[in-house]
Design a protein around this ligand. Structure first.
Ligand code: NAD
Ligand code: 44H
Length: 533
């Protein structure tokens, strides 16, 4: 059974198939595209693209989505093109049942490489077309960042600033260059929609595009009117969004299950840029996509796919609820301690007495007091489902190592916002926080790359990894004579934590916890026991 040859006989094996004329959809989309997505990773296929398939199946929409990849071209070359852009979504429910769906809503895949004239020209053509209503993004938080940990522009960004729109290399330079094409060809309206897990994601995207636009205007590469166009909300909107669906890397057990069906396209691919991809995606059943309803050129009727549309203030509350308290900080705590305690899956960690208590207390006790009920989702119901059903789901192959990727980029939103809220509150005392500081101390311990048995492990990729590891590289388990300023460069960095942890009164507390965590082999476990009773 090969994806490109799927036919109705697959239904007998429980596969759901596209119910629409894919060639007709493809033709209509190529002529008048409405939606292009950047970031061809797992979440895109597992959620937004699958949502569109629902709309196509029920006939509430008639266009597909075009996917573009501006960072890791291998994803397109190895996981899209050979399969005619089809993918298989495997939904792993907490009751053990599974759904298998062939997703055909992606009808074109394009490498966003300005040096590849054919692909780049096609992207320009798409952006020139007034029919285009939105460009969306799942490119990880670091995709929007133009600077390093010291706040200096990245080399690639400096080069783009100098070289102008012809050969941009950074994804934000590429998007801005494509927006210049749109501006010069009628300046039709559009929404640029970040769907990444970062605070006020629309503003992050706007800030990056605006920086490029300002610089290129200043250098004379494009006229001033372009900047006005980007800044005009009636022309170019940057809605905020919150996306939620745990989508682990393609998993070997799922691969084996598919092989038993005689499904052949199961190769697990790790690209040279470390993306874990395949022709199939495995994900949980729960999904929420909440988007600020600001689309100056209209939008597909995504409500039909179950996406929620609301105002900016509500998106902000939902995002804070999920990313700052009820899911992602718990994930990061499990990622850090899971790697230190040599776990390979999140659901097994949820059966560990201390780790289970840790995330329950971070969520309910330390995080919940600063959560504002967004109305559209109830925080108590949400966190209960996360802690009792979603994270413990033994059918979900999610791994602490995946979640530990880019922790330095995620810590400010996942923990910094709560610390800030305590610090600024009249009724809450930052000194009452214990498990969030313990998790930050755990992260410093994690950076040593030595697990709780004293064995080396390879920390997950992170743009600041080598810089941060430099600060703890000489620390050994059992050291009692640590340099008193050892952790200062890390804990005082407000770019990493959203606050200077010494200024809010947590720096010394975390230093003390770090000493406990490095006391000996087994000290991570003992320290968790100490603080969790
Ligand atoms: N997987 C999930 O459970 C999940 C759930 C909700 C939200 N998200 C959001 O989606 C993002 C991507 O998740 P995924 O599952 O698709 O991951 P993935 O590893 O499958 O794909 C990552 C994508 O980001 C791109 N990317 C990585 N670094 C980049 C950079 N520096 N510049 C431009 N593009 C870059 C990659 O090329 C790829 O397209 C997450 O970081 C998160 O913000 C993921
Ligand atoms: O995707 P990241 O790297 O931002 O974070 C890792 C996980 O916490 C995240 O992917 C969750 O699975 C997701 O946010 C659930 O909706």
């Amino acid at each position: 059974m090969k994806l490109v040859n799927y036919d109705s006989s697959w239904k007998q094996k429980g596969y759901e198939l596209p119910e629409y004329d894919r060639e007709k959809v493809r033709k209509a989309t190529k002529e008048n595209p409405t939606w292009i997505h950047f970031g061809a990773g797992n979440i895109f296929r597992g959620f937004p693209a699958a949502g569109l398939q629902k709309m196509l199946d029920e006939g509430s929409y008639d266009k597909g989505v075009i996917v573009s990849e501006g960072f890791d071209y291998e994803i397109i070359e190895k996981a899209y093109k050979p399969f005619d852009d089809l993918s298989l979504l495997v939904v792993l429910k907490s009751n053990g049942s599974i759904e298998k769906k062939v997703i055909g809503s992606v009808v074109e895949s394009i490498i966003a490489d300005a040096a590849n004239t054919t692909e780049w020209d096609r992207l320009k053509e798409i952006f020139k077309n007034p029919s285009l209503q939105l460009a969306s993004f799942t490119i990880t938080e670091k995709g929007y960042s133009l600077v390093d940990s010291k706040g200096d522009y990245l080399g690639v960004v400096v080069n783009d600033f100098e070289a102008g729109m012809d050969k941009p290399m950074h994804i934000m330079g590429k998007i801005t260059a494509l927006m210049v094409e749109r501006y010069k060809n009628g300046a039709a309206p559009i929404a640029l929609v970040s769907m990444d897990n970062c605070s006020h994601n629309g503003d992050k995207l706007y800030a990056a595009v605006e920086t490029y636009a300002k610089t290129w205007v200043l250098k004379g590469y494009v006229e001033e009117g372009f900047l006005k166009y980007i800044k005009d909300e009636k022309k170019v909107a940057f809605p905020w969004s919150m996306i939620d669906k745990i989508t682990p890397r393609p998993d070997d057990k799922v691969k084996q299950m598919l092989l038993e069906d005689d499904f052949e396209d199961t190769d697990l691919i790790i690209t040279s840029k470390n993306t874990y991809t395949a022709a199939f995606v495995n994900a949980e059943e729960t999904e929420y996509l909440v988007i600020e309803d600001t689309f100056p050129n209209g939008r597909p009727p995504f409500e039909k796919a179950g996406f929620l549309f609301t105002d900016r203030e509500t998106v902000d509350k939902v995002e804070k609820m999920k990313v700052c308290t009820c899911l992602n900080p718990l994930h990061t705590a499990l990622a850090i301690f899971g790697c230190l305690l040599s776990y390979q899956t999140i659901w097994e960690e949820m059966r560990d007495t201390e780790l289970n208590k840790l995330v329950n207390k971070i969520g309910y006790v330390e995080g919940m007091p600063v959560v504002v009920n967004p109305g559209v989702l109830d925080p108590q119901d949400f966190i209960k489902a996360v802690l009792d059903l979603r994270l413990p789901n033994p059918f979900m192959p999610d791994a602490p190592q995946r979640i530990a990727t880019d922790t330095s980029q995620k810590i400010p939103i996942r923990f910094g916002e709560t610390i800030k809220a305590y610090h600024n509150s009249d009724s809450l005392n930052v000194n009452d926080l214990t498990l969030i500081p313990l998790t930050i101390a755990g992260w410093c311990r994690y950076l040593m790359g030595i697990d709780d048995n004293g064995n080396e492990f390879t920390p997950s990729p992170d743009p600041l990894l080598s810089e941060l590891q430099g600060f703890v590289k000489n620390v050994k388990l059992g050291d009692t004579n640590l340099d008193k300023d050892l952790l200062k460069p890390i804990l005082s960095n407000d770019k990493i934590f959203a606050v200077n942890l010494y200024e809010v009164g947590l720096g010394e507390k975390i230093e003390g916890m770090f000493k406990e965590l490095i006391a000996d082999k087994g000290a991570v476990r003992e320290t968790l026991k100490k603080y969790l009773g």
